[in-house]
Design a protein around this ligand. Sequence first.
Ligand code: BES
Ligand code: MN
Ligand code: ZN
Length: 500
Amino acid sequence: MSSAPAISFVKPGSPAKGTVVVFAGEGLVLGPQATALGVKALIEKAATLAEFKAKPRTTLDILAPEIAGIDRLVVVGFGKGEKLTGQDWQKLGGAAYGALRRGQDATVLLERPVGEGGVDAAEFALGAMLRAYGFDKYKGARPGRNDEESEAAKKPPAGLTIAVEDSTKAKRAWAARSAIGEGVNLARDLVNEPANVLGTVEYAERVKELEQLGVTVEILVEKDLRKLGMGALLGVAQGSVRPPRVAIMTWSGGKAKDKPVVLIGKGVVFDTGGISIKPAAGMEDMKGDMGGSAAVVGTLAALARRKAKANVVGIIGLVENMPDANAQRPGDIVTSMSGQTIEVLNTDAEGRLVLADLIHYSQQRWSPRLMIDLATLTGAIIVALGHHYAGLFSNDDPLATALIAAGEASGDRLWRMPLGSEYDKAIDSKNADMKNIGGRDGGSITAAQFLKRFVKDTPWAHLDIAGTAMGSPANDTNRSWGSGFGVRLLDRLIADNYEG
Ligand code: BES
Ligand code: MN
Ligand code: ZN
C-alpha cells in the first residue's frame, strides 16, 4: 500500500522548475508549451544520442539540462498522434509517471504535439495514479538494511502538477476519475495483503470502512448464515478456525424504484484446497483467491466516491478453505440455500460452493435487474485465455455484449465462453442433485454450468478472473501483483448502461 501521489492542475504559463515532463510527436514535433521552454535543440541532440524516436509511450531522460530552474527533462513519445482513446491517455500517464523518481515532484506540460483533438488530462492522471501504486508497506523496516530499494520505498511518490489548457475542466473530470483510481488501488491492496493479516473477520472490518463513503454495509455472521441455510458456503468455511462472513454493500444513488445491479464476489481469503490439498509450489498465490470480492469492494468504493446515479449492491462471501480436523471431506453431501444438494467430490472446487449460495440469496432478496459474479474460479481459465482476458459466461446476450464493450473501453478485457446442456451433464451426480467437479476437460465451463444451476430468470454473467486478478504481466498502468482487475470494467459498465 502506498499513498497516492498528489495531483493538481494549473493553467499553462507559470515557469517550470525541477523535473519537467514534455511530449514529442514523431519527428520530434513539440507542442506550444514545450516550444516555449526553448528545449527543441536540446531534445534533438539528446534524441540522436539515445536513438529516441518518440514512439508512443517511450521516454527520454535528460538530466541537468542547462535551463534555468530545470533539473531534469523527461520527454515522452507521442507517436503520430492519431485518435487517442481514454485508454491511450491512461497508458500515456502511466508511461510518463514510470520515468519519474520517488521523492521528486514533477511538472507535466500536458499538450498534444501532433494530431487532431484535445487532451484527456483526467485519464492521464488516472494512469499516473495507477502506475504509482506499489505494495510496499512491509518493506524497508529491517534494522541495518539500507539498500536503495528500501530507501526509495520510504520516500513519497512523486507528486504531479499538470499544466493543461482547460485546467478547470480537467479538475472537474479528475474528481470523478480519481474515484476509480482509489477503487482499483483498494482492490489491489486487498489482493496483495497476506492471509495472516487479512482473514475473514479483518476483511469484513475493512469493508465496514466503506460506510464513511456513504455505502450501507451489513455483515452476516455464522449464525445468520446458518439460519439462511447456506449449507454450501458453510461447508467450505467449517475447516477453518476463522469464521465465515458475508458482507453486503449497498449504494443507492439511483431512483428508489429501480431494482439494483448486484455484484457478487468470491472471497476465499486463502485456498489451500482443503482436504483435497493443493501442491506446495505456488500455493502462496492463493492469498489472492479473494480477487473477485476485491473487485466488488473496489467498485462500490468507486461508485460511492463519484456519487454514481445507480442502485448497486455488492455481496461477497468471505471464507477460508483449510484442511482441519473439522474440514469437509470428499464425498460429503451439502444442502445449498436453494435446497439443491451437492456432492463435494473435490474440496478444492470451493469457490462455486460459496457463490452458489450468494447467487440464490441475491435473487431471493433483491430480484436484481441483473447480477454479475466475479471469481478466481478455475486454473483452467488460465490454460484457455492466459493472463490478458478474463472468461465471460452469460445467460443473456445483451448483458454479455455490454460487458465486452465495457471491457474494451476500460482495458479489463473479456472473452466470451460457451454454456450448454452438453457441459451441464458433466456435473450430474449419482448421489445428489449435482457434484462440484465436472472432470478436467472444459473445467471453466463446467464450473460456470454449476453456478448456472442456481440462477433463475435473472440476467446473469460470471467472470472467471483467475488469470487476470493477480500475477498478470506488468504494463504501463500496473506494476502490482494484485491488478485490481474488474473495478474499471464494472464502473464503466454501470456508467455506460445503468446511470441516469
Ligand atoms: N482458487 C482456485 C482457482 C485458481 C487457480 C485461481 C489458480 C487462481 C490461480 C480454485 O478454487 C480451484 O482450486 N479450482 C480447481 C478446480 C478443480 C478442483 C475442479 C482448479 O482450477 O484446479
Ligand atoms: Mn480451490
Ligand atoms: Zn479457490
